[in-house]
Ligand binder design. Structure first.
Ligand code: GCW
Length: 715
């Protein structure tokens, strides 16, 4: 009896050892089985962050610190820049010239009879990225003695945008409160716990190549530029700096008035210019490597230069001139739209194209991937390819505002690849957004990419364990936008789930999880907004379907009917030449393809056309039938994901397994909710039967119309 209790106790201990809360993200070094004799010692500057990070990981893997060596010996690890003698002695300087300030080389070299591993770069930042690459190879079991790696980043600025408010809430955040600004705190304070968390945040970002962070919401409060807040920004910058990460701030364009007491914030007013010059100088005295300003102006009610009859360029250039002496940049958002425009999707193009070439060279215009707002699928923003003399940067949304928020498993890499690999034909075939945004088509010195963060103070940082994969994927794609979603998913799965149970991650479990991730975005499109449908979600919090949403006095462009245009004839927004003619904003042959109902890709057919309910789709079904089958297939796909996930139980630690299992149950229920709500609502227009061979709705439309979720958006 006593023996059984002891055995039971031992089993519980061992299993709890295999219970993880996700707080270590993809950096679960203690779960890595590595041969401790992989390296015989190290040559490198032990005080440097790259060497300290290597040592931190190596020890976390259960090894002793590598001994510092002076001379090359067999199996030694060498970490150094071109300025170090031992690197110069290895005759790789020619190649170092080709990899820029952040690139790196990882080489297995033979020196006399010794086999050595070298990480070389031109700066500590490059070395740091090289060290994380080497650690990743060890984590995914791909370290070999024949390494020949040369990497440099696709974008020079790879930045997270935190929509964190100074009161600690996070707009469109689904992972707890801000990690930077404490909840309901009048005056900013800094605790050791903050510094520890910021360090882990910095390590996680550097490990995927992210080198910038905008700390506050684009719906910016002027007081972020006040002395006391700048002191906190300085402290955060100090923690980020060793990891090669610069801090940026979102500014409110009326700060000169709201904070400086000036009568105006007119960008051409000399006192306003003087105020921004002084404020910028103050910032750089505190933070010499401050990155710059992120600006949302004349958008969704935010103040801006148009309030003074000035243009976006006037506003951006004024700030750019203030930052120029310090090497700072302005990221000026093109997310503009107002209710009197017939087609919101045309607005940003109409407002920014006339300003092409008028922005300073330290201004980059930040453009969301689609012309509406981060929908599960959007046509690409026509600004990409059209603006030839202005640096543009993509803005992607990592937080899942419109894709199930903290509850749905959606791997966004496939969506972002679809966007980046889109051929705009702006300069003939192959003018992809990836090439355009990395300055390979039009001269563009400054290249950048932004991701709206999904990070909060939840233990697992992101709310849903799989949402970590989207933070990871954003960083990996910002570093190398030619990576495939398969490559990224495979890395992340191994690093995140390997050795989380005695059985560890079998190949079958790995393959099944990868399959779920790679199909997840399309599944969400299918059960939420298929065939190009968009903006069907609930008012305010944007969680769940509300295609019938009607709010008295609301801006029409905030209501679903503005987008789905459902009527007795058909469904969809006519953006063709006979409609809003938004297609005219695209280059040929994209314009013609989107304009022609028969040529328009069917996954965007309701984005560009108002399609009759009986329109024959390519597979012979009518539009209505296709809509029904697609919604149903989305529900079936998520049900499949549940079955697949339940079978991974032996491979995944109990805590994360069950937390993900219960979220998948919510996701299935929500998928059925979406399908029933949209089909029953659109059926009131189509007046056609839902094909009898698909699952019948389990809700009544009237009941669904009564649902009013009280989701306190943290704003
Ligand atoms: O996506 C919409 C969101 C707002 C957000 C805005 C923007 C920060 O609903 O919450 O505001 O876009 O991108 O500025």
């Amino acid at each position: 009896m006593k023996k059984n209790i002891t055995l039971l106790f031992a089993l519980i201990i061992s299993l709890s050892a295999f219970s993880e809360d996700g707080s270590r993200l993809w950096l679960r070094y203690s779960a890595v089985n590595v041969n401790k004799n992989l390296f015989s010692g190290i040559i490198g500057n032990p005080a440097s962050t790259p060497c300290k990070e290597f040592d931190y990981a190596w020890k976390s893997m259960g090894n002793m610190s590598l001994t510092q060596q002076k001379n090359i010996t067999d199996k030694i690890l060498v970490i150094g820049t071109g300025k170090d003698n031992f690197i110069q002695s290895l005759k790789i300087s020619k190649e170092l010239k080709l990899i820029g300030t952040e690139g790196y080389l990882i080489r297995s070299l033979k020196v006399k009879d010794d086999s050595i591993t070298v990480i070389a770069a031109n700066t500590d930042a490059g070395l740091l990225y090289g060290v994380y690459h080497l650690l990743r190879l060890i984590q995914v079991n791909q370290f070999t003695s024949s390494l020949d790696i040369k990497e440099k980043p696709s974008y020079s600025v790879r930045i997270l945008n935190h929509w964190d408010n100074l009161n600690g809430s996070v707009e469109r955040g689904y992972a707890g409160h801000s990690i930077f600004w404490r909840y309901e705190e009048e005056h900013p304070t800094i605790t050791n716990k903050d510094v520890t968390l910021w360090t882990e945040y910095a390590r996680a970002n550097a490990s995927i190549g992210i080198n910038g962070t905008a700390l506050n919401n684009v719906n910016a409060m002027p007081k972020v530029l006040s002395g006391e807040y700048l002191q906190k920004v300085k402290a955060i910058a100090g923690v980020m700096r060793p990891y090669g990460i610069k801090v940026y701030l979102s500014i409110n364009f009326s700060s000169p008035t709201a904070l400086g007491g000036l009568k105006t914030s007119d960008p051409l007013n000399k006192d306003v210019v003087k105020w921004w010059n002084a404020k910028t100088k103050e910032i750089y005295q505190l933070i010499p490597d401050f990155g710059g300003f992120l600006v949302k102006a004349n958008s969704e009610g935010l103040p801006g230069p148009q309030d003074f009859g000035r243009t976006h360029a006037d506003g951006a250039n004024m700030l750019a001139d203030a930052l120029k002496p310090y090497g700072g940049i302005v990221m000026w958002r093109a997310f503009v739209y107002n209710p009197d425009e017939k087609d919101r999707a045309k607005q940003a193009y109409k407002e920014f194209l006339p300003l092409d070439g008028q922005f300073r060279d330290n201004v980059i215009v930040q453009v969301k991937n689609g012309p509406i707002d981060f929908q599960p699928r959007e046509a690409f923003s026509p600004l990409f390819g059209a603006m030839k003399k202005t640096a543009l940067m993509p803005e992607l949304q990592i937080t899942q505002e419109y894709l199930g928020q903290g509850n749905h498993l959606v791997f966004l890499s496939t969506m972002w690849k679809e966007f980046l690999d889109t051929d705009t034909h702006a300069q003939g075939n192959g003018t992809t957004i990836a090439k355009l945004s990395t300055g390979q088509v039009y001269p563009q010195k400054l290249t950048a990419i932004a991701g709206v963060a999904n990070i909060g103070d939840d233990a697992n940082w992101c709310g849903h364990h799989f949402a970590q994969a989207n933070w990871y994927a954003f960083g990996r794609l910002a570093w190398n936008n030619e990576l495939t979603s398969e490559e990224i998913a495979n890395e992340w799965i191994t690093m995140t789930f390997n050795n989380s149970t005695p059985a560890s991650l079998s190949n079958d479990c790995h393959t099944q999880i990868e399959k779920v991730m790679l199909l997840s975005r399309e599944a969400v499109v299918n059960y939420m907004m298929p065939l190009g449908l968009h903006h069907l979600f609930a008012w305010g919090h944007h969680y769940g379907p509300e295609p019938w949403c009607a709010v008295p006095g609301a801006r029409p462009d905030w209501l679903p009917s503005y987008y789905h245009k459902a009527d007795s004839v058909g469904l969809g927004f006519d953006r063709s030449a006979s409609g809003s003619n938004a297609v005219s904003q695209y280059a040929q042959p994209v314009k013609e393809q989107y304009d022609d109902l028969t040529k328009c890709p069917e996954n965007l057919i309701l984005w560009f056309h108002h399609v009759p309910w009986d329109y024959p789709m390519k597979n012979g079904r009518t539009l209505w039938e296709e809509l029904c089958y697609t919604y149903d297939s989305g529900v079936m796909q998520i049900r499949d994901f549940q079955k697949i996930w339940d079978r991974t139980e032996p491979c995944i630690d109990a805590q994360r397994f069950s937390e993900i299992q219960s979220k998948l149950r919510i996701q299935v229920r929500d998928a059925v909710w979406w399908k029933d709500a949209c089909l029953l609502y659109f059926q009131t227009y189509s007046k056609r039967q839902i094909p009898y061979d698909i699952e019948r709705p389990v809700h009544d439309l009237d009941d669904l119309k009564k649902i009013k979720l009280d989701l306190k958006q943290h704003n």
